[in-house]
Design a protein around this ligand. Structure first.
Ligand SMILES: *Cc1c(COP(=O)(O)O)cnc(C)c1O
Length: 487
């Protein structure tokens, strides 16, 4: 067990061996992703691959891509990564782009680029159309860059409802976003239809393939039928694709590519009057981590098409097993029409509270994300999960049976909290509650707040708001339980 948190720098520095040994101890408290118990966040293969990435990272860990003219090595990594991604996404030779630190940076940059492009034609109140399932990074972009969101509802298969798109477009629309696939349910938006509308109205269309970019092309090569979503669709003007997800790079590597340089130019930042020198930057970061780019390049060279196809094959085998296994349980349903490698599932019956099922799965040592609107559980499936998918399905069946036999479980554990977070109608209060929890985590000395254990309300207005949210939550959960017991 690790000792109590340190509250200051050690006065006397410690040996590297001692520090490294202590790091091992810290890792012991983390999710057990090496054994496939974690169904989000980590794309892990094995120790040999982790060591390979670490070696590539280490060699360039001091190198800085801030100024792309200084480190020729890094610019070369970037050029070769972007060229390979452009080819993978069926772009023409005009496709160009930048390596970024992650999907969020890629999405933020696309939003900024199109806002600034629209400024050149006088748009001062920019708007963008986001499907309800667009990644939160886009909502962050909206806040950061002052671009108003117009939400595009979903059709019955949880895809962006393209019929409703025209009425959301106007002269302030700077951008339309579609996902391939979206993160919550793994469905691909109707990119071809969206592209046709975007082209007709000369509005840029960004395809967010942050999670799909390094697997969908290889699924297609393996013979999987997928709808068109990449640069072959004429209206698509840019695509984000993360290397640190299904590209199995080290964390800190994504790509943003554009159909041509005329778009990318609006991403660039130049300030010519800084006393520190004339400054130009292609992306959000100042210092850009050379290690992450080296590891990303190394991963792509190491896998190549053959390696990524093999990973995709194993991933989709696990995905198909999972999807069929869940669909075979009468109490559960798979949400929408997932193409893989992600899926969401919910409960068909009020007798089975899906969040209570999640609690049972937690107790069996799985770490699973929760979905809301509709309530559900989530799985981001990787090749490593092929070895455990049968265990997972067996435990899931057990968990469903337990919850069916004990409906009161819906009112306890984290099920109550998740029920509250997704069902309290006053969304502003939920937002406030979560902000408060985060503030707790980031106060000096940062407590590690557990969402499962909602802390006692503090005094004052905020405290009263929190107490109010909790009363509402309890009332909602109780009401749902009463309704269920009437069935
Ligand atoms: C993961 C993801 C992002 C954000 O990427 P990060 O690397 O987590 O910042 C954006 N869009 C989609 C669809 C994603 O799955």
């Amino acid at each position: 067990m690790s000792p109590a948190n340190r509250t200051a720098l050690p006065v006397q520095g410690r040996t590297s061996a001692e520090v490294l040994a202590e790091l091992e101890g810290f890792a012991a408290d983390d999710p057990h992703y090496q054994q496939g118990r974690l169904w989000s966040l980590v794309y892990y293969l094995d120790e040999a691959h982790a060591d390979f990435l670490a070696a590539a990272y280490r060699r360039f860990s001091s190198a800085n891509g801030l100024n792309p003219t200084a480190f020729k090595s890094l610019k070369r990594f970037e050029n070769e990564i972007i060229a390979a991604v452009a080819e993978m996404l069926h772009g023409t030779p005009e496709v160009c782009g930048v390596v970024t630190s992650g999907g969020t940076e890629s999405c933020l940059l696309a939003a900024k680029t199109y806002r600034d492009l629209a400024r050149t034609r006088g748009v001062t109140r920019p708007e963008m159309v986001l499907p309800v399932t667009a990644h939160v990074a886009w909502f962050k972009a909206s806040e950061y860059f002052g671009i108003q969101v117009r939400l595009l509802p979903l059709d019955e298969n949880l895809r962006a409802d393209v019929k409703l798109l025209p009425r959301l477009l106007n002269r302030n629309t700077v951008l339309i976003v579609g996902s391939a696939p979206e993160y919550p349910h793994g469905t691909i938006d109707p990119i071809e239809a969206m592209g046709a509308m975007a082209l007709e109205r000369k509005i840029p269309l960004h395809v967010d393939a942050c999670v799909g970019g390094f697997i969908l092309p290889f699924m297609a090569m393996n013979g999987r039928a997928l709808p068109a979503w990449d640069y072959r669709v004429p209206g698509v003007t840019s695509i984000s694709a993360d290397i640190h997800k299904y590209g199995f790079a080290a964390k800190g590597a994504s790509t943003i590519t554009y159909r041509d340089l005329a778009y990318l130019k609006h991403q660039m930042f130049v300030y010519q009057d800084w006393p520190g020198g004339v400054f130009a930057s292609p992306a959000l970061l100042g210092t850009r981590p050379g290690g992450a780019y080296a590891a990303a390049w190394a991963a792509m060279q190491h896998f190549g098409q053959s390696g990524y196809r093999d990973l995709a094959r194993r991933t989709i085998e696990a995905f198909d097993t999972m999807r069929a296994g869940i669909a075979a349980m009468p109490e559960l349903y798979v949400m929408g029409e997932p193409c893989g490698p992600l899926l969401g599932f919910g409960s068909r019956t009020p007798e089975v509270n899906i969040f209570a099922v999640g609690d049972q799965m937690d107790a069996k040592g799985w770490t699973i994300n929760r979905l809301q609107r509709p309530d559900g559980l989530h799985a981001m499936i990787t090749a490593g999960h092929l070895a455990v998918v049968d265990d997972y399905l067996r435990d899931l069946k057990d968990a469903v049976a337990t919850v069916k036999a004990h409906p009161e479980l819906a009112g306890g554990g984290s099920a109550a909290t998740y029920g509250m977070l997704s069902h309290v109608p006053l969304r502003g209060l939920v937002r406030q509650k979560v902000l408060d929890l985060f503030a707790q985590m980031y106060r000096p000395g940062g407590a590690n707040v557990d969402l499962h254990a909602v802390p006692a309300p503090e005094p004052g207005l905020k405290g009263r708001l929190n107490a109010q949210v909790e009363r509402l939550a309890r009332w909602y959960v109780q009401r749902r339980l009463r309704r269920q017991s009437r069935h």
